[in-house]
Design a protein around this ligand. Structure first.
Ligand code: ZN
Length: 326
């Protein structure tokens, strides 16, 4: 994929295209926005464009350099991710040690710091040192869900570029252009469930256990609806152990939305989880206002879930509130 083909993130595309073609590259970028809004994919396209052998300011996608980036084996392009919970100072030191060596094959050494909000404090301080006086052949791209999760000192040394959710229509149109063997209806459902994230929609469609996960969330949800207050802790515990908590919560939210829509308009066409319709019809959850409040609680939790917090406690608090609204 080329920069200009990157759907839905016009600001990022325009800024980076200009930087690359007019040779006005910054040494550090900070891409911020929701999970799976394409920050990593886009960073890798930028890395390709910077080192592409065709050298037109784009990523040709077919030269040996572009192919190496695609395979994750380009010696000058590194993705640095948290080891365990944090990006550790040793990881930044290692990178610092390499700063006196020019790129092996390409023009620029590109360091992409994934989940940069997990930089430990010493690592962030060490990074500041390089961000202040980087070698001319270094380009940093930091990826975070929200700017506020990074120290101001780091943010101020980067050019910040926002990533946003894209419309369902755009996600759907993107999916239609790919070579998926799914029906239009399935693509549309994936576009809905992906909540404005192309990456998530693709992952949903590619995942073998997507339906299994969705069903598990449905069973959890039905149980939760019938649970008593004393059971809430075990429901919170179960959620806290979920590996893909965000997906799980999105599924649950989609069930509430389907209930809401079915109760309000009774139109089958608008239901996302059409295969669960019969069961959804049977579920009687109080007035629409209460349903909306429950959805809002889920939304609130999702917005905060990247801030370090005691996940289980926060989940308990959320479930208590959701149970409480009538
Ligand atoms: Zn190329």
């Amino acid at each position: 994929m080329k920069l200009k083909d990157f759907t839905g993130q016009k600001i990022a595309v325009d800024l980076m295209e200009r930087a690359l073609t007019e040779d006005r590259l910054n040494h550090a970028y900070l891409f911020y926005g929701p999970e799976e809004s394409g920050k990593l994919t886009f960073s890798l396209i930028v890395a390709k464009a910077l080192n592409c052998l065709v050298g037109s300011g784009e990523a040709c996608g077919s030269c040996i350099s572009c192919k190496k980036v695609d395979k994750g084996i380009h010696p000058d392009v590194s993705v640095i991710a948290p080891e365990g919970k944090n990006i550790k100072i040793e990881q930044i030191r290692q990178l610092k040690n390499l700063s006196s060596f020019r790129p092996n094959e390409g023009e620029k050494k590109v360091y992409i710091l994934k989940d940069a909000q997990n930089l430990s404090l010493p690592a962030a301080n060490s990074l500041l040192g390089i961000l202040e006086e980087p070698p001319s052949y270094f380009v940093f791209i930091l990826l975070v869900p929200q700017l506020s999760l990074l120290p101001e000192t780091v943010v101020s040394r980067c050019l910040c570029i926002p990533f946003s959710r894209v419309s369902r229509r755009e996600v759907y149109e993107f999916l239609r252009m790919q070579e998926f063997s799914f029906s239009d209806e399935q693509l549309w459902t994936a576009a809905h469930l992906a909540e404005g994230s192309i990456g998530r929609a693709v992952r949903i469609l590619n995942s073998d256990n997507w339906n299994h996960h969705r069903k598990k969330a449905f069973e959890w949800w039905k149980g939760f609806l019938n649970s008593s207050e004393k059971d809430l802790f075990s429901y919170a515990e179960e959620l806290s152990l979920e590996e893909n908590l965000l997906d799980f919560l999105n599924f649950i939210e989609s069930y509430y939305r389907d209930c809401l829509i079915y109760q309000a308009v009774g139109e089958k066409e608008l239901i996302l989880n059409i295969d669960y319709l019969e069961e959804i019809k049977e579920i009687k959850i109080s007035p629409s206002r209460a349903l909306i409040k429950k959805i809002e609680e889920l939304e609130r939790f999702k917005r905060k879930m990247y801030i370090p917090l005691n996940k289980k406690l926060a989940l308990e608090a959320m479930l208590i509130k959701m149970k409480g609204v009538k």
